[in-house]
Write a protein of this length. Structure first.
Lengths: 525, 332
């Protein structure tokens, strides 16, 4: 991997903080280290962006991409290392200083004010043209905005409200805003996550033209296929270190994926140790469609842990929401224990024995401010009702059940009546899982159950998932971190474009294979 | 309790925290301080059983309405139609009694007027749940509609003559020296306390108020609850207005509830900064109601001009909300 390294590695002599001699390099990051308490987020990272190039930055979640971007755009100061812009050594005390030197960041959601017009957004970080220093000069604003939009090749009325734009148009407005503030180096952080394929190619067309005019892009994305389409150069980060860098001519899909996930990563044994059980199918979907899910057919057997893998937007996560009737079903058939069932609301799904642990704990599953007991018994209160009319809750029985769950899952808490907010992320998530254990659900659908959970709790949650399956329930697991699938699942269905593109099981369900299937396309390069 | 003794990880150190303590008990302490101050200032008049009953009688209508309002605020819904709803409750009952003196008795008049209030409350809830309009705006609109309808039906004339004496018993009668309005307020408070604290309905209302999405994903049919909560609130507001009509001996078609609107919200929000900061609850609302009653009564006994009551109440509300907000903010 190092032999294919196309960077001109400058010889580093301590103290000699001189930029590389290549005058084409507009931005250079050299030996950057960033320490956070307890972790080293960036470890001796080098990166060089040339004039007029699209430079892709790749890596898994937590590989250090965001930290590196924060360092480059002045939002965070490196612990060690140097930054050169146009050959000059720079030290940014604030993002404003980075902006002044022509570095702009376009965030995933573009940082536009949706209720304002395109023109107002273009001038958001500067002041609008004035008349007599007081009143906004709208005709001048319009004229300047039109000029700016023409420069990025966007043919829209500058007085259009941003909320009316297509996602690719919003992306271009954000880029125009960056160019309007004289940005030479534009950092794009997952700009295509909200875009449809056709919109992506429009965006790429604009990017190529701007690059040919001398602008440079640092392009962060999860979508490998896009990276291979647009990037002139690729740098991969893994665990805070540079795992490789290639020019376009030297790129190969396999080496890039291996650099991202780590080649020859040891197979984690306690993972899918057991083979998929061959029991009866408890959940069968036939040609289910809704939202981003175009067509979903699969079988889940009792005691099985099935993974739904896929890149963001591939339909893997959305499939869970669809099965739980959170999103409306367009067509298709769902059979539970051999009987066709129609689930119209999450309430139907819960009553049918399904459980959903959604991805965003704080927005979708926790009851903030409520006690641990109340959080555990949320879906189960009907079990403690004493009479059919007033439906009084038997507090003693409720507490006893909540305590049983807390003890079984070893939830660490000040007391059962303590606020759920006072628990660590891992213990909060255990309470959410406990909620559904207590309800006696037969099918558990878990979306990134270990997100924002510390390592120790992660292992406990993995063990818990295996216990749930061992008790005869079915588990569908999805995660934004591909490395989790081989660890957790016995069988993995890989989604692409709203469909299952392939299935991997046992020893074949490696991170690399999953990524290959998720990215799709011919392995030609 | 011993079962989880080993689980007490002690993730938070327990030590005395003055700000937290004040957020919890500040309103009760100020209620106590006010009682002491007023008692010392006018020891002959203020600290008597008669005056305590007098205070409670004065706040009974406010309390009844505030308890109802607590239920919908638990779910996170503002009901601004309570003022109009109170006017409606009193006017409809007296209107029926006067218009159909032979066929409509007091019980039927009460049932019909509260029924009308409850149905409008359900309507409020349906608008909120199924048309997706925020409760704040929806109830502002229905409040306006009710006000208009009352003025139209009544021709802006107050009903004074022909109201049967039995109707006056609701507001003016007493049992063992305790006036009926006090009994009604306490009964409503007890019922709604049981409902919120000890029934599945109450627990679901709190859950939805905490996180509607988490509740929905836990199988709670979230949309069904706004009509229930707003109907309870409307019924209490109607009952408050009915008590007011009975106390006055008149059915006014406008303005009955307006005096209670701000005070009811003040009482409920003061309550939400008592004992369980950041949470609406019936006991807290009762504290808020009593605080307002004691201030008004004490200041008027001291001979302080009425306008001071408004000023003191406003200041108190800000202080109470600030102290509760301080705690909530630090929690994040």
């Amino acid at each position: 991997m190092s032999s294919s390294n196309a960077q001109t590695a400058p010889s580093r002599t301590d103290g000699a903080e001189v930029a590389t001699s290549d005058p084409e390099v507009v931005l250079e990051v050299r030996g950057v280290v960033k320490d956070f308490p307890g972790t080293r987020a960036l470890d001796d990272v080098d990166l060089a962006v040339r004039r007029g190039e699209v430079h892709a930055l790749l890596g898994e979640n937590g590989a250090g991409k965001s930290t590196l971007i924060r360092v480059i755009c002045g939002a965070s100061r490196p612990t060690a290392g140097a930054l050169f812009v146009g050959g000059q050594l720079v030290e940014f005390a604030s993002p404003q200083q980075a902006q002044a030197l022509g570095i702009a960041v376009v965030h995933q959601h573009f940082n536009l004010a949706p209720q304002l017009s395109v023109a107002e957004n273009l001038f958001l970080s500067r002041s609008l043209p004035r008349r007599a220093g007081i009143f906004v000069n709208w005709s001048e604003t319009r004229r300047q905005a039109e000029k700016l939009l023409a420069r990025v090749g966007l043919n829209i009325d500058p007085m259009t409200e941003v909320s009316q734009l297509r996602p690719d148009e919003s992306a271009m407005v954000a880029i125009a805003k960056a160019i309007g503030s004289d940005a030479k180096i534009i950092i794009l952080d997952e700009p295509t996550s909200a875009l449809l394929p056709a919109e992506v190619s429009i965006l790429f067309g604009h990017m190529r033209r701007l690059a040919s005019e001398g602008h440079s892009f640092l392009y962060v994305s999860h979508r490998l296929a896009e990276v291979f389409e647009i990037a002139d150069r690729v740098t991969v980060l893994r665990d805070g270190k540079r795992a490789g860098a290639w020019a376009r001519a030297d790129l190969s899909r396999r080496t890039v994926i291996e650099a991202i996930v780590g080649a020859g990563k040891p197979w984690i044994e306690d993972a899918a140790a057991a083979k998929s059980p061959s029991g009866a199918a408890i959940l069968v979907a036939e040609d289910l469609a809704g939202g981003r899910v175009e067509s979903l057919s699969f079988e889940l057997r009792a005691g099985e842990i099935l993974g739904f893998a896929g890149l963001p937007g591939s339909g893997a996560e959305e499939a869970l929401d669809l099965l739980f009737a959170r999103n409306p079903v367009r067509r298709g058939l769902l059979k539970m224990n051999g009987r066709a069932s129609t689930l119209r609301t999450p309430r139907d799904a819960k009553n049918a024995g399904l459980a959903l642990v959604p991805k965003n704990r704080h927005a979708e599953s926790l009851l903030p401010g409520a006690s641990v007991r109340e959080n555990i018994s949320l879906p189960n209160l009907n079990r403690f009702v004493t009479d059919p009319f007033a439906r009084f809750i038997h507090r003693g029985r409720e507490s006893a059940e909540a305590r049983r769950i807390a003890v079984r899952l070893a939830i660490r808490m000040p007391s059962l009546e303590a606020s759920i907010d006072s628990l660590s992320g891992g213990n909060q998530q255990k309470a959410i899982l406990g909620r559904w254990l207590s309800s006696g659900a037969k099918i558990f659908m878990l979306n990134s159950p270990t997100a924002a959970v510390d390592i120790g709790a992660k292992a406990e949650i993995y063990r818990l998932i295996r216990e749930i399956a061992a008790s005869g329930a079915g588990v569908i697991f999805t995660s934004t971190e591909v490395e989790e699938f081989p660890r957790v699942c016995q069988r993995v269905s890989v989604f692409r474009d709203g469909r299952i593109a392939g299935e991997l099981s046992g020893a074949d369900a490696t991170e690399t294979n999953i990524m290959q299937l998720a990215v799709g396309g011919a392995d030609g390069r | 309790m011993d079962a989880d003794a080993g689980l007490h990880g002690g993730e938070r150190k327990v030590r005395f925290d003055l700000a937290a303590w004040l957020a919890r008990f500040g309103t009760i302490v100020s209620l106590g301080v006010l009682l002491v101050v007023f008692s010392l200032a006018r020891s002959d008049v203020f600290p008597t059983v008669d005056n305590l009953l007098n205070i409670m009688n004065q706040v009974s209508i406010l309390g009844t309405m505030a308890f109802g309002l607590t239920v919908c605020l638990v779910m996170g819904l503002f009901d601004l139609s309570i003022a109009a709803m109170a006017t409606l409750g009193g006017y409809v009952a007296t209107f029926l009694l006067v218009t159909y003196p032979d066929s409509v008795g007091v019980p039927l008049a009460v049932i019909v007027s509260l029924g009308v209030a409850a149905i409008i409350g359900i309507g409020n809830g349906l608008i909120v749940s199924y048309l997706g309009i925020s409760a704040f705006i929806a109830t502002l609109a229905t409040g306006s509609i009710i006000t208009g309808a009352m003025l139209g039906i009544s021709n802006s004339k107050t009903i004074i003559t022909g109201i049967p004496d039995e109707f006056m018993i609701i507001g003016q009668g007493a049992v063992y020296g305790v006036s009926n309005p006090i009994i009604i307020m306490l009964a409503i408070g007890l019922i709604l306390w049981l409902l919120l604290e000890h029934t599945q309905l109450g627990r679901h209302l709190y859950a939805i108020g905490g996180s509607a999405e988490a509740s929905r994903l836990s199988g709670i049919a979230v949309k069904r609850y706004a009509p229930i909560a707003l109907a309870i609130c409307a019924l209490c507001a109607g009952l408050g207005g009915l008590m007011a009509a009975s106390v006055l001996g008149a059915g006014r078609p406008q303005g009955v509830g307006d005096t209670y609107l701000l005070n009811a919200f003040a009482a409920v929000f003061i309550g939400a900064s008592s004992l369980r900061p950041g949470k609406f609850h019936i006991v807290g609302t009762l504290i808020g109601v009593m605080l307002i009653g004691v201030i008004n009564n004490g200041l008027s006994i001291l001979g302080v001009p009425t306008y001071w009551q408004y000023i003191v109440q406003g200041v108190l509300l800000i202080v109470a909300l600030f102290s509760a907000g301080l705690l909530t903010m630090r929690r994040r």
